[in-house]
Design a protein around this ligand. Structure first.
Ligand code: ADP
Ligand code: MG
Length: 622
């Protein structure tokens, strides 16, 4: 180990190891397979780079083991960055990839033959080509393999790459070499799967600390998204942030909307040409634009320390994804904010996407993500516990739950009692989905056949959809009023649940209505994304008809966009769109429009003035 310390000091200038680095390195020195799970930025690279430079490594393992470490990495850009950095430190490292010509490749092979090279970086498909395998085998030089971003091995993980799965061959072709996997995100089942897929032999598992105390998490029901996004952005004017969207289209519309609102935002997704994508990324990295609006294509290898906020406009499909993406905020250790806008619909969309093809672990991770969003327990605790770590803090003081920001339903106790009672009625034989449908009053076949439409509480929560009720059931489970049991995950009341039926206990259920009031009490008007998309047309003086045509929208819809445009810019002259005398007549009767309702005015004019004209005139009146 002293040898590694010397290496750490000599090549990197560091005096001490970070948590688990020493243990991880130890497994390599001992030649014992391992999986190291450390959050991004924790320093995984050194774990597999430093041992390659130790003298002690030479020949201390059986015949055939040489002094080369082979690093498998999924992205050429990641490899290149690492190799460049190593070369700067005078470490004999090289990479082989598809962008090199034959001479370059031959040169690398020559250095391996001469035993000069200590670290070789390869993409999995390159490593697994018969030619490369044959060459390395013949040279008998590989001491160990490091598999970086090892979650790519697991189909259950969040970034599966088929070419990673073939890596199992390594243990067979190089029985004398050890294999060491590294990743930032892997729940327990994914970890086991990685070890299994790579064929690791009695691996040592090293799991790091996943809490990020400087991040404040907020998980909010999606409403008027642009308004919700702007609330966050306004708290961080001029600072760096990422807005993650679920689709390319949403990236484009959101970027456009932010730009219309005067923000420096750029898009990033796989549908953009590579040079454009690179330019936008550079612009963000160098601080020329504040906000990058992106799909999950953005991020691997991004190491910008001063990202102050990460917003998700929809729910990611796994906690791993969420941890990774939100984790890009606050790398410098200073406070940063992570806001997730979610709706039960996101869950249904992902379930559809996964239908049939995804394994149980993927579905479990989706379910865990859904629970994370909808639970009324500390977000820090929930995330950390998901990654298999104990969370010792009582109140984190850095999430919407612990900060008391959740909007609770004012009839939480009544609703909770109804739900628990219904679970009783159903004699603990059904799961959450079924109970929710009974309470919502859905008379589907199964309910009908079981006569459950005759239960007292059938339809008792009929004002709410099954999805909303499912969310509440989840909240009652997390507060231990209900529990799931057996392999069918049927619901049962707990002891607290039974006490609740006797009127004891204070369950917390969230309000289903979308919150209108913002977290900081401000109530500024932000137009919807769809409206913002029309703003450029209005600005350049396009008529309502022409905008309707260009956007393929109904004229009445475009008039609504226009009303937003007028309000947003505080325009008070309606005459570009409405005849002056018509506008005057409307204004003279505006007192009829109580509560923003236009019908009384419309009726007053017996159809002589259109709804569109009324809407535009009133918008100008503020
Ligand atoms: P990961 O791959 O886990 O995301 P990296 O290997 O890219 O993290 O390392 C992140 C940063 O931490 C790098 O700048 C690296 O130089 C630094 N680092 C790693 N180990 C140490 C250490 N023992 N002391 C100080 N800095 C370190
Ligand atoms: Mg890394």
């Amino acid at each position: 180990m002293d040898d590694v310390r010397r290496v750490l000091k000599q090549f990197w200038g560091f005096d001490s190891f970070r948590p688990l680095q020493e243990q991880s390195i130890q497994t390599i020195l001992e030649g014992r397979d391992s999986l190291t799970v450390l959050p991004t930025g924790a320093g995984k690279s050194i774990c597999f780079q430093a041992p390659a430079l130790c003298n002690g490594l030479h020949g201390n393992k059986g015949a055939g083991a040489g002094d080369l470490a082979v690093v498998v990495s999924p992205l050429i850009s990641l490899m290149k960055d690492q190799v460049d950095a190593l070369r700067e430190k005078r470490v004999p490292a090289a990479l082989i990839n598809s962008t090199q010509d034959e001479t370059e490749k031959r040169e690398v092979a020559e250095r391996i033959r001469r035993g000069e090279l200590r670290l070789l970086y390869l993409a999995p498909e390159r490593l697994l080509s018969p030619k490369t395998l044959g060459f390395l085998r013949q040279q008998r030089c590989v001491r160990y393999f490091a598999i970086d971003e090892a979650h790519c091995v697991s189909q259950w993980g969040h970034d599966f790459r088929p070419e990673y799965q073939q890596l199992k061959t390594l243990k067979q072709v190089f029985p004398e070499a050890s294999v060491h996997a590294f990743t930032a995100t892997a729940s327990q089942p994914v970890r086991r799967d990685i070890a299994c897929q790579l064929g690791l032999c009695e691996p040592s598992f090293l799991i790091g600390n996943f809490d990020r105390p400087n991040l404040t998490y907020r998980m909010i029901r999606a409403g008027q998204k642009m308004q919700q996004i702007m609330e966050v952005v306004n708290r961080h004017r001029g600072q760096s942030g990422i807005v993650y969207c679920l689709s390319r289209r949403e990236v484009d519309t959101t970027t456009q909307a932010l730009r219309t609102l005067g923000l420096k935002a750029k898009p990033y997704h796989a549908g953009l040409a590579a040079p454009q994508r690179k330019a936008n990324q550079d612009s963000f990295m160098q601080g020329r634009c504040d906000i990058i609006v992106a799909t999950i294509a953005f991020g691997m290898g991004i190491d910008k320390p001063d990202i102050r906020f990460v917003i998700h406009t929809g729910m990611p499909k796994s906690v791993e994804h969420y941890q990774q993406e939100s984790g890009r905020a606050g790398r410098d250790g200073l406070d940063a904010e992570c806001v997730l806008l979610h709706s039960p619909r996101d869950f249904l969309v992902w379930s559809d996407v996964m239908h049939g093809e995804a394994g149980q672990v993927a579905r479990d991770s989706l379910q865990a993500m859904f629970e994370l969003c909808n639970d009324v327990t500390c977000r820090h605790q929930a995330i950390v516990e998901y990654f298999g770590q104990d969370y010792g803090v009582m109140r984190c003081g850095a999430c919407d739950v612990c900060l008391g920001e959740l909007q609770l339903h004012d009839q939480s106790a009544d609703i909770a009692q109804t739900i628990v009672a219904c679970v009783q009625d159903l004699k603990h034989k059904y799961g959450a989905g079924y109970v929710a449908r009974v309470l919502a009053g859905k008379s589907d076949k199964r309910i009908f056949q079981s006569n459950h439409d005759r239960l007292n509480r059938f339809g008792a929560l009929g004002d709410h959809g099954p999805m909303a009720i499912k969310v509440w059931i989840q909240q009652l489970i997390s507060q231990k009023y209900l529990c799931r049991s057996g392999s069918y995950k049927t619901l049962e009341p707990t002891e607290s649940g039974r006490r609740l039926l006797r009127g004891q206990g204070t369950p917390k259920l969230t309000a289903t209505g979308r919150s209108k009031k913002s977290a900081d009490g401000s109530d500024c008007f932000v137009p919807a994304i769809s409206s913002l998309a029309a703003f450029d047309y209005f600005r350049s003086g396009d008529s309502i008809e022409s905008v309707a045509q260009k956007m393929s929208r109904a004229q009445s819809t475009v008039v609504k966009y226009l009303a937003d445009y007028i309000r947003h810019h505080g325009i008070n002259d309606p005459t570009p769109w409405v005849k002056p005398e018509t506008a005057q007549r409307v204004l003279a009767n505006k007192h009829l429009a109580g509560d923003g309702k236009m019908k009384p005015i419309f009726d007053h004019f017996n159809g002589e003035v259109s709804y569109d004209e009324i809407r535009i005139t009133l918008a100008c009146d503020g």
